[in-house]
Design a protein around this ligand. Structure first.
Ligand SMILES: *Cc1c(COP(=O)(O)O)cnc(C)c1O
Length: 218
């Protein structure tokens, strides 16, 4: 199946309210062009330098999402164009994003990454840390960022019980905080688990290999 066919099939099978982020990490610009020509405009990358290189080569109406773990010292390279940063898991990172956004007179939209997986390898804030950040006074001073939602990555498993537990725990937190803090995005679900994520309230899925094929890291 082609990239276009994959995209169309996924879009036909998800509710209209769910935003699809096409995760193009490690894939060539030509693949993104194909998806772009099929009408897709939202792409996700997990390395800042790679995203910057692709941004420079591709049409400027693409919305670029940074989905990877952030190194604060590299935020400056994407601050002029990034549309949404999914993986914020430290207050100090928010401060850096704010500082760089201010230089460009922008407000950068961010998601707080929650740790929902049992695996140690996954990054993320505890639910208590998320509540603390959202309610903190010092957040109000960061006028060039806007926290618009939460993001989570489930355990790498095909046990649907575990996936459901992890996604529904984050949905519950999201629903608890949504109206107090004006949250609108719940980013959960990848190629292997986006159906279960949507069943548990996700309204933004990050799908790579089901669109572009499996990745080859080397
Ligand atoms: C790579 C990645 C994805 C996409 O993974 P697939 O399994 O290829 O769909 C989603 N979210 C994050 C944070 C990723 O790093």
């Amino acid at each position: 199946m082609s990239i276009t066919q994959n995209l169309n099939e996924i879009k036909q099978n998800i509710p209209k309210e769910v935003t699809l982020v096409a995760v193009s990490k490690t894939k060539p610009v030509s693949d993104i062009h194909e998806a772009y020509n099929a009408g897709h405009r939202i792409f996700g990358e997990n390395r800042i330098q790679e995203m910057v290189d692709k941004y420079e080569q591709l049409p400027k109406d693409i919305a670029w999402h940074m989905i990877g773990h952030l190194q604060s010292n590299k935020v400056k390279y994407m601050a002029h164009f990034v549309d949404l940063i999914h993986g914020v898991d430290k207050f100090s990172t928010l401060k850096e994003i704010n500082k760089q956004a201010k230089k460009h007179n922008r407000t950068i939209r961010c998601l707080l990454q929650a740790k929902i997986a049992k695996e140690d390898s996954k990054f993320g804030l505890s639910f208590d840390d998320i509540k603390e950040i959202l309610s903190s006074e010092k957040l109000k001073n960061l006028e060039n960022i806007s926290i618009v939602g939460l993001m989570g990555m489930a355990t790498f498993t095909d046990d649907s019980k575990i996936l459901e537990q992890e996604f529904s725990s984050l949905q519950k937190l999201y629903l608890d905080l949504k109206s107090d803090y004006n949250l609108e995005v719940l980013s959960m679900g990848m190629s292997g688990d986006y159906f279960i994520a949507i069943q548990n309230g996700s309204n933004m899925i990050r799908v790579g290999s089901s669109i572009f094929g499996s990745r080859n890291y080397n």
